[in-house]
Design a protein around this ligand. Structure first.
Ligand code: UDP
Ligand code: MG
Length: 347
């Protein structure tokens, strides 16, 4: 059993994946040989998960795992998102500790030895947290604001910059794998499982090549997901708003009655009426939206679909080598399997 598994989700990382692999292997070999002699060279595995890339990343991974026994891979049938890719990687990993990393070298491999050293001190989660150097001013401001909001609203603690670059001990991984939800907001899940966690900060690095897959809209939706998947406070807020409205309406009614008693009948306030109606209508629609959002989530979860569909893995390709293109006019039946449960996959 390897000591450490590195899990790397990759989506269209054709340009960097080989550099990444070479850098990581060099760093790990140097670190492990320094720590435990030549035998330690075999003490790790790198689990790549191709998240339905369309740019040849899969072929590169196939070649990598063919040439290096420590590299394994699984490939999805389409793009299922980074959260699903990380889940697949965690299920694949056999090591006694797992390090999650991005493929674009934004999570510097040179930091892995430091992470492993901290793991050696007995921590179950070692978090490498990036600072925001090099980010745009607007983006930095917005993220700060978001994290401030999240800290007030969420039941779990989420730290700015502390993302997916982290080590999880075997029991932390097993705890994560017991969480069955479909909508996986991993920043929240990491914090939900608890355990002793240590964090250190490193200087932010820009992506080595390729482009980020997180545009403004995707980030916004991710933010909303995060807020909604860890609490039901928006619903509570709706109740509070309703209560306050009833109270103020009562106050206003009393005030009007008093006005009539003191100074006779007043002219009717059409403007007030319209303003109140539109305002109330808006609040009702917004509240319905909040409820709808939760109902949608319930609907989504009750379908109990697997998180992803596997197209191929290194092991499946070895077991059944590809048929030469000329020999088969009809494409071979897809070997798609539904994602296995967490227990079965770590044989
Ligand atoms: N990624 C993925 N599936 C996706 C989007 C991204 O597996 O749908 C991977 C991507 O290949 C990379 C990591 O997640 O290894 C982080 O993505 P990216 O660098 O685009 O995000 P950013 O660093 O800009 O937040
Ligand atoms: Mg990146």
């Amino acid at each position: 059993m390897p000591k450490i598994s590195i899990v790397v989700p990759c989506f269209n990382e054709n340009e960097v994946i080989e550099t990444f692999h070479a850098t990581l292997v060099t760093t790990l070999d140097a670190a492990l040989v320094a720590g435990g002699g030549p035998a330690a060279r075999e003490d790790y595995e790198i689990c790549y998960v191709d998240d339905g890339s369309t740019d040849g990343t899969r072929d590169r991974l196939r070649r990598l795992s063919g040439g290096d026994r420590r590299a394994r891979y699984a490939s999805f049938s389409r793009n299922f998102g980074k959260e699903s890719a990380m889940l697949a990687g965690l299920r694949m990993a056999r090591g006694e500790a797992v390090v999650l990393m991005d493929a674009d070298l934004q999570h510097p491999p040179e930091l892995v030895p430091r992470i492993l050293a901290l793991y050696g001190h007995g921590y179950d989660q070692v978090v490498a947290r990036r600072d925001r150097s090099g980010d745009g001013v607007l983006r930095t401001r917005l993220s700060r604001l978001y994290y401030r909001l999240v800290r007030r609203a969420m039941d779990v603690e989420v730290v700015d910059g502390a993302g997916d670059f982290r080590l999880l001990s075997r029991r932390a991984v097993d705890a994560l794998l017991t969480l069955p939800e479909n909508n996986r907001f991993s920043k929240g899940l990491f914090s939900w499982i608890g355990f002793d966690t240590v964090t250190f900060t490193y200087e932010n690095v820009q992506r080595a090549a390729g482009t980020s897959k997180w545009g403004g809209r995707r980030l916004l939706n991710y933010g909303i997901d995060g807020l909604l998947s860890f609490n039901s406070r928006p619903l509570r807020l709706a109740i509070h708003t309703g209560l306050w409205l009833v109270l103020s309406a009562l106050g206003y009614a009393l005030w009007t009655v008093a006005g009539v008693l003191v100074s006779g009948v007043d002219t009717p306030g059409y403007a007030t009426l319209i303003a109140v109606m539109v305002g109330l209508g808006g609040i009702q629609i917004a509240t319905l939206g909040v409820i709808g959002e939760y109902v949608g989530r319930i609907y989504h979860e009750t379908k109990r679909r697997p998180h992803y569909v596997i197209r191929e893995t290194g092991e499946s390709m070895e077991a059944a080598p590809a048929v030469p293109a000329a020999a088969s006019a009809v494409p071979a039946a897809p070997r798609a399997l539904a994602a296995p449960g967490p227990r079965e996959s770590r044989g």
